[in-house]
Write a protein that binds this ligand. Structure first.
Ligand code: 13P
Ligand code: SF4
Length: 310
């Protein structure tokens, strides 16, 4: 059987199981084309969190990394959340341990602590607010405080600081995503621009401030998609994980869209496959189960944060 027929058969099997389980598949914009095509909904972290609450289903299969599946579980006590590979984590989230959070809390007792959703559930328990890259600027702008603690992404912290009159203290001082910080640098951008001199450059706020400076637009994955619709260009370069190019091309088939670096791959995102989605629907595991004390506390913070950005 060739690859195409194999994927076709897998998709049919996944569909049957999805119906049988009354399940939906939510997939992040960085997932592989097969998964994006098979998913009920594809989006950024904020959209997926909202969608997880809105969908009418008994089971959610989450094709993304672990913190995203955990947020879906925290917001949905009554649904079963399945994350096909629990070890698919986010190395950026691992930069922020609870001890660091506590230390900064003690050092800056009056500053609110805003955590990027790319963080562990344990760290989130200490936050005043939780944001995604799509909501960070909006939420922090609404706070009265002049100084804000923000972690774990130092580049998103700098993005927000440049666009507000606030002092944003990154916690820790050196948290970053290797895909964005190391694989979308000036030299990758210059090479891509040489190849596509007429393209508009859109980058994610997780890239370095230097790379952000070179861009025509900086925004979350969903904000980039909207920018493609708004901007006059026919050609775009996307400075983010390579999977996002497929998503953008699906939505804008008439535009020329290229990744800045086709090797900017998030290994953890790509641990999810159609095969392990099928297996997880067959076995109904691995389920995402968090300690009630943690999920109740984080839910309260997520609800408060979502209300503020409405
Ligand atoms: P978005 O919220 O923009 O989809 O980003 C999530 C992420 O992990 C970026 O690397
Ligand atoms: Fe985490 Fe970076 Fe992967 Fe996004 S791309 S999930 S921030 S490691």
């Amino acid at each position: 059987m060739n690859h195409e027929s194999y994927v076709k058969r897998l998709k049919l099997e996944v569909n049957d199981l999805r119906e049988k389980r009354r399940a939906v598949i939510l997939a992040h914009n960085y997932q592989s084309p097969e998964i994006q095509d098979a998913a009920d909904y594809v989006g950024d972290s904020l959209e997926l969190a909202r969608r997880a609450v809105a969908v009418d289903a008994d089971v959610i299969v989450f094709a993304g990394v672990s913190f995203m599946a955990e947020v879906a579980a925290i917001l949905n006590e009554d649904k079963t959340i399945i994350h096909p590979v629990r070890e698919a984590g986010c190395p950026l989230a691992d930069f922020l341990g609870v001890e660091t959070v506590k230390k900064f809390r003690d050092d800056y007792p009056d500053a609110p602590l805003v955590l990027y959703v790319n963080s562990s559930a344990d760290a989130k328990m200490y936050a005043d607010y939780i944001v995604t890259s799509a909501s960070a600027l909006k939420l922090i702008s609404k706070l009265d405080d002049d100084t804000v603690l923000f972690g774990p992404d130092k580049n998103l912290a700098s993005y927000v600081e440049k666009r507000t009159d606030k002092k944003i203290i990154p916690i820790p001082s050196n948290g970053y995503c290797y895909v964005h910080e190391q694989l979308i640098r000036r030299r990758h951008i210059e090479k891509a621009r040489d190849e596509h001199p007429n393209a508009s450059l859109l980058v994610h706020p997780e890239v370095s401030p230097e790379a952000q400076e070179l861009a025509d637009y900086v925004g979350s994955t969903s904000q980039m998609l909207r920018a493609i619709g708004r901007l006059k260009s026919d050609e775009f370069l996307l400075g983010t994980e390579e999977g996002h190019t497929y998503r953008a091309k699906t939505l804008y088939p008439d535009k020329e869209i290229f990744p800045v670096n086709p090797r900017a791959i998030c290994i953890d995102m790509k641990k999810i496959t159609l095969e392990n989605i099928k297996k997880s629907l067959e076995n109904m595991k691995p389920k995402v189960i968090l300690e009630k004390k943690i999920s109740d506390k984080v839910k309260e913070i997520l609800d408060r944060s979502l209300r503020l950005i409405k």
